[in-house]
Ligand binder design. Structure first.
Ligand SMILES: Nc1ncnc2c1ncn2[C@@H]1O[C@H](COP(=O)(O)OP(=O)(O)O)[C@@H](O)[C@H]1O
Ligand SMILES: [Mg+2]
Length: 356
């Protein structure tokens, strides 16, 4: 992987090992920035930056993330270039030197990302849980990234038309084409999410029971109404009043239940963390099963946040085959046998060095 002017990396050339790679560094040195770059190659956009301009470092009006990745025996050169244009950054994605659209990138290289924000997944708002499903699905479901991008555009167009119609600037019939698209793309997204949650459920439950002494975890997809066409039709008056689209997968949630009770309302922090670890492990397993290949596991600073049992459960996934990138402020939480078989690196002020 090569980084040029990505956040605090002026210039980085890194060849991680095929197994476990541990990156140790104090706060603010570039550990998360590194993982972010790797994740972007799988997801096409940053999982944390609100604006892409944030990603561009101080030494040039351009940032570049490049990597040679191997998946299913096929090697590809992936590159993301951000060029500052006024108060925004323009993104260009290339695969083997050929320019591609953002939704063409995911699926060529896959990651399962787990970082401290995820520990709040259960208590946070539904947006984070939708993101959890999206990050997994763009990587394994051909067409999902495109449907998602299409849906976003449909909602923007439809919402702006709703306001114009309400203001008497447009007739109601301009909505027809957008309603059709909402129903088509919304149905596609909802079907993929629904199938994925059904598939995640048994595995997540198994991991959770294992870590939490038999406690029962249930996850349920709360999607749009089954008859989306009818629901879109019936909500029209309400949509016009609000100036926004009230039905569709942009309101979805993932319901998490512990012993039949809503985990959002009733769970302790320990139970939530166990549920999150279980969801992430189930995600990695699902990606591996669907694609025949383990995703690269990206674990950002989470080991120190987890107790011994959850850490061990996570690390059991880490052992054996598959590439893993783990960051930590200290080597303390890692079992010696893991360190003995890992490549260990230090991160200091945007520079990375191998240390044994
Ligand atoms: N666009 C940018 N240009 C230069 N430095 C940046 C940029 N964005 C973030 N940083 C720097 O990156 C550092 C944080 O890196 P991060 O990877 O989050 O640290 P940590 O090692 O704690 O995970 C901070 O020092 C921050 O100032
Ligand atoms: Mg960090």
């Amino acid at each position: 992987m090569r980084l040029r002017n990505h956040r605090n990396y002026a210039q980085l050339d890194l060849t991680p090992g095929p197994g476990v790679n541990v990156f140790i560094g104090a706060n603010g040195q570039g550990k998360t920035n590194l993982l972010e770059a790797v994740a972007m190659l799988a997801l096409s956009s940053s999982p944390r930056a609100r604006r892409e301009l944030e990603l561009v470092g101080p030494v040039a009006p351009m940032a570049r993330i490049e990597a040679e990745v191997e998946s299913g025996g096929i090697t590809a050169e992936l590159a993301i270039t951000l060029t500052v244009e006024g108060d925004r950054a323009r993104r260009v994605i290339e695969v083997d030197g050929v320019r591609r659209r953002a939704f063409d990138l995911p699926g060529r290289f896959r990651v399962t990302l787990f970082w401290p924000d995820d520990l709040g997944l259960i208590k946070a708002g539904p947006e984070l849980r939708r993101r959890f499903l999206n990050q997994m699905l763009v990587q394994i479901e051909p067409g999902y990234a495109r449907a998602l991008a299409g849906l976003k555009r449909v909602l923007e167009q439809r919402n702006s038309l709703l306001k114009r119609i309400a203001a008497g600037e447009e007739g109601g019939d301009v909505l027809d084409v957008w309603n059709q698209e909402l129903i088509r793309l919304g149905g596609e997204v909802a079907a993929a999410r629904s199938a994925a949650v059904l598939e995640l459920q048994p595995e997540a439950a198994r991991y959770h029971a294992e870590i939490a002494g038999g406690e029962r975890l249930d996850i349920r997809y709360e999607g749009p109404p089954k008859d989306l066409a009818e629901a879109v039709h019936n909500s029209l008056a309400e949509d016009l009043r609000r100036g926004s689209t009230s039905v569709g997968p942009h309101h979805d949630d993932l319901r998490v239940l512990l012993e039949g009770q809503d985990a959002r309302a009733y769970s302790s922090q320990g139970q939530q963390r166990t549920a999150v670890v279980s969801l992430k492990l189930a995600e990695a397993a699902l990606v591996a099963r669907r694609t025949g290949e383990r995703p690269v596991l990206l674990l950002d600073d989470v080991l120190s946040e987890l107790d011994a049992e959850r850490r061990a459960a996570l690390l059991r996934q880490v052992g054996g085959e598959g590439q893993v990138i783990i960051t930590s402020v200290e080597a303390g939480p890692f079992p010696p046998e893991l360190i003995a078989n890992a490549m260990v690196w230090t991160v200091i002020e945007g520079r990375i060095e191998a240390c044994g």
